[in-house]
Design a protein around this ligand. Structure first.
Ligand code: ATP
Ligand code: MG
Length: 180
């Protein structure tokens, strides 16, 4: 399972429809300061269901919509589509690819799709739950996070590793069972 494709339109500085193709293995995004590298990772966070404008480096959700430049007018909608390879069947769908789309309009209205079928944000969260990919997963390690992991107390660091390994849910279930 890996990130195959990202389509971005009207999201932050990526006003034009932009398609990025990835292969298995390592991909590096390089470019001058302010050219939009972090906006690409913000687009990934956003389509995975991020609801915090602050985490997306804005003040409100509307800030993800292209707000215009010297040469271009603002646009009314941001849209991001992320395609993951599902040949290993990690997602419980019959397809060899999983595509997730998110749209937001200036009116504040949002739309979500899984494999082009309209769905709720909750469905996207559930799709990624226990896969290590969702917005709570460790598929995205932000700037400062490495420092946080290295400088945290050993118990906190253990929690991070347990979360990344996906065993927290079993610990929680064990706790709940013990209480009964
Ligand atoms: P650095 O190397 O400094 O980390 P970067 O390549 O990661 O830079 P980004 O932070 O991705 O750069 O892009 C910043 C640019 O995106 C800024 O020029 C900012 O004005 C622009 N930008 C952010 N949000 C919007 C928006 N809603 N509309 C238009 N442009 C935007
Ligand atoms: Mg950056």
């Amino acid at each position: 399972m890996y990130l195959k494709r990202l389509e971005i339109q009207g999201f932050k500085s990526l006003a034009d429809r932009t398609e990025l193709y990835f292969n298995p293995g390592i991909t590096a995004v390089v470019g001058p300061n302010g050219s939009g590298k972090s906006n690409i990772s913000d687009a990934i966070r956003w389509v995975l269901g991020e609801q915090s404008a602050k985490i997306l480096r804005g003040a409100k959700m509307e800030d993800v919509i292209f707000s215009g430049s010297d040469k271009r007018k603002p646009v009314g909608m941001a849209e991001v589509t992320l395609t993951l390879d599902n040949s290993t069947g990690i997602f419980p769908v019959e397809y060899s690819e999983v595509t997730v789309t998110r749209r937001v309009f200036r009116s504040g209205e949002s739309e979500f799709f899984i494999n082009k079928t309209p769905c709720r944000l909750k469905d996207i969260h559930e799709l990624f739950m226990d896969t290590g990919i969702g917005k709570e997963g460790y598929s995205i390690i932000g700037q400062g996070k490495i420092d946080e992991i290295l400088s945290s107390k050993s118990e906190d660091r253990r929690l991070i590793i347990e979360e990344a390994a996906g065993i927290v849910k079993y610990k929680n279930r064990k706790l709940q069972a013990a209480r009964k």
